[in-house]
Write a protein that binds this ligand. Structure first.
Ligand SMILES: Cc1cc2nc3c(=O)[nH]c(=O)nc-3n(C[C@H](O)[C@H](O)[C@H](O)COP(=O)(O)O)c2cc1C
Length: 169
């Protein structure tokens, strides 16, 4: 599978089999995450893989859609804001950008391994912070449910036309 085929294959999976993720697949995916680039190579991230019911239920409280309950695991991507590079000209902290790149490594690596994922950012962030008692510098960027897709779906890619998104000057 070439990279374009992988991009076509990845889609937001919202229906999962209960089967656990094999450890070697998880190791492979997290190695791909580890190799992601970051500003000044600061790697200001931490990923926690939640498989226990107590934590999974807390996450479900923060994102009330039923479909997420099917996934055997959730990976939460945390930005460690005080470890990130900050651009001195405007004080822009790059933690979110860095973590976002690493998350997409995760999603693409998972798709290559036959696993489904879905970015979830529309969760109750304040409740999440309280339930997991997060320190101020640890910012949950996305919840990524992960598992085997329960259906064989040909992803429908609704996208802007190619000539709408780039120009040569
Ligand atoms: C930053 C970001 C946040 C997202 N948040 C959610 C979310 O909270 N819930 C959800 O169901 N999908 C979420 N998505 C998935 C998008 O809806 C999806 O990527 C988009 O519709 C394109 O579809 P595809 O991923 O199947 O190609 C999010 C995607 C991104 C990149």
């Amino acid at each position: 599978m070439n990279f374009k085929e992988l991009c076509e294959q990845r889609y937001s999976v919202r229906s999962y089999k209960p089967e656990a993720i094999p450890q070697e697949k998880l190791d492979y995916i997290m190695e791909c995450v580890r190799l992601a680039p970051s500003a000044v190579n600061k790697q200001p991230w931490h990923f926690t893989i939640y498989t226990n019911e107590t934590d999974k239920q807390k996450i479900q409280q923060c994102y009330g859609r039923e479909w997420i309950q099917e996934a055997p695991a959730y990976i939460v991507a945390y930005a460690l804001t005080d470890e990130a590079w900050t651009r001195r000209y405007d004080e822009k902290n790059h933690a979110d950008i860095d973590v976002t790149i690493a998350i997409e490594h995760l999603c693409l690596a998972a798709a290559e391994q036959g696993l489904g994922t879905c970015w979830v950012c529309n969760f109750r962030i304040q409740l999440f912070r309280e339930l997991f008692e997060l320190p101020e510098n640890q910012n949950p960027i996305a919840i990524i449910p992960i598992g085997y897709p329960s259906q064989n779906v040909v992803p429908e890619k609704v996208r802007k036309e190619i000539n709408e998104i780039w120009t040569i000057k």
